[in-house]
Design a protein around this ligand. Structure first.
Ligand code: F1P
Length: 349
């Protein structure tokens, strides 16, 4: 077994440290470039994990810069471009791809640039990829390049690139300062919670994994769902927190682990939902920054990050935990996370 996946999950704080430095070195042209797109809507796009990244990235960019942004799957731009781009709209498209060779994402970048004449800023882990060669500009998280099939440190590092873009565009120095503390916080959290994540992964009384996240946390919930599915072929689903009541809760039972990636903005709603989920008999794992009295009474398990960071700064700190749950689930089922069933590192059509 190559063990690339576990090494890359545990190496995330180091990759974040390098990524912060790499993007910091692009600051000068980025400031001018981002000023030129004032008033443009940013369309973040990608496939699979990179689509989930686009969802959270768009939410972060909107909040931190007060600019318009959306996260859409590359396949929708390919098939339904008029759904995304209007004739007189002003856009910057941000194609995201670890490999920079995924067919839909590369085709979208070509189409947008050549047919629609829209500016493209590519985010990838490889500066010499097809995507990097097509986009007008590019930001490369080379420290997040991976051997593994499943994306882990590439997801969090490229999301950190978007957080840095947002900090630089807004000039929000406090937000950027918070980002600088992520590598150290990440080391602490991985050291503290790796064994608990292993316990969840190995709990054979569970056969269903549901991830809930609101706003910028929905992309993380979707990615957590995909990780455990890809690595361990488990039954997993992801929803916006409050969407869970509108039907999906029908599958909640004592073999389901419902993991809530808690926000600050939605705290009251999310706490009330925990109460409902508990009454359904499902087990609840709450990932939060501070374990309030309410949460301690309502959740079966709590993982407290205790980072002191804002909800838009601390997002990537949740991911090593849910990635590790998926990793250890795979091992407990006798599967090899480095050779996930039916998957390849890149999808080229
Ligand atoms: C996108 C992707 C991954 C998926 C698998 C195949 O890759 O779909 O999300 O987990 O590795 O490729 P990329 O466009 O980010 O390289």
């Amino acid at each position: 077994m190559s063990k690339a996946t576990i090494k890359e999950i545990l190496a995330q704080p180091e990759a974040w440290k390098e990524t912060l430095k790499d993007i910091g070195r692009e600051r000068e042209w980025l400031i001018k470039y981002l000023r030129e797109i004032n008033g443009h809507e940013l369309i973040f796009t990608g496939c699979g994990t990179s689509y989930h990244l686009a969802l959270s990235g768009a939410s972060i960019y909107s909040k931190i810069t007060n600019g318009k942004a959306r996260g859409v799957p590359a396949s929708d731009i390919l098939i339904f471009p008029d759904m995304i781009f209007t004739k007189n709209g002003k856009y910057l498209t941000v194609p995201i791809s670890r490999s920079g060779t995924t067919t839909e994402t590369v085709r979208v970048a070509q189409f947008i640039k050549e047919k629609l004449g829209i500016e493209t800023l590519g985010i990838s882990c490889y500066g010499d990829s097809k995507l990097s060669g097509i986009c007008n500009r590019k930001l490369i998280a080379s420290a997040a390049a991976e051997e593994s099939v499943v994306m882990t440190k590439s997801f969090t590092s490229m999301l950190l690139v978007i957080q840095m873009i947002s900090a630089i565009k807004s000039g929000d120095k406090d937000y950027e300062k918070q980002l600088q503390s992520l590598p150290e916080e990440g080391e602490r959290i991985i050291d503290k919670y790796q064994s608990i994540a292993k316990e969840f992964g190995e709990d054979d009384k569970l056969n269903k994994f549901i991830y809930l996240g609101q706003g910028p946390f929905y992309g993380l919930a979707s990615e957590s769902m995909l990780k455990i599915k890809e690595m361990s072929c488990s039954n997993s689903e992801a929803y916006h927190c409050l969407e869970f009541r509108h039907g999906p809760k029908s599958i909640a039972n004592n073999k389901a682990l419902v993991t809530m990636l808690s926000s600050d903005s939605g705290e009251d709603y999310e706490d009330a939902l925990l109460k409902d989920i508990k009454e359904l008999g499902a087990r609840t794992l709450v990932l939060c920054d501070k374990a309030t009295e309410e949460k301690l009474n309502l959740a079966d398990y709590i993982i407290e990050l205790d980072s002191g960071l804002s909800e838009y700064a601390r997002l990537i700190l949740y991911m090593p935990i849910t990635q590790l749950i998926g990793y250890y689930r795979a091992l407990s089922k006798g599967l090899d996370p480095d050779s996930p069933k039916n998957l390849t590192q890149v999808v080229e059509l």
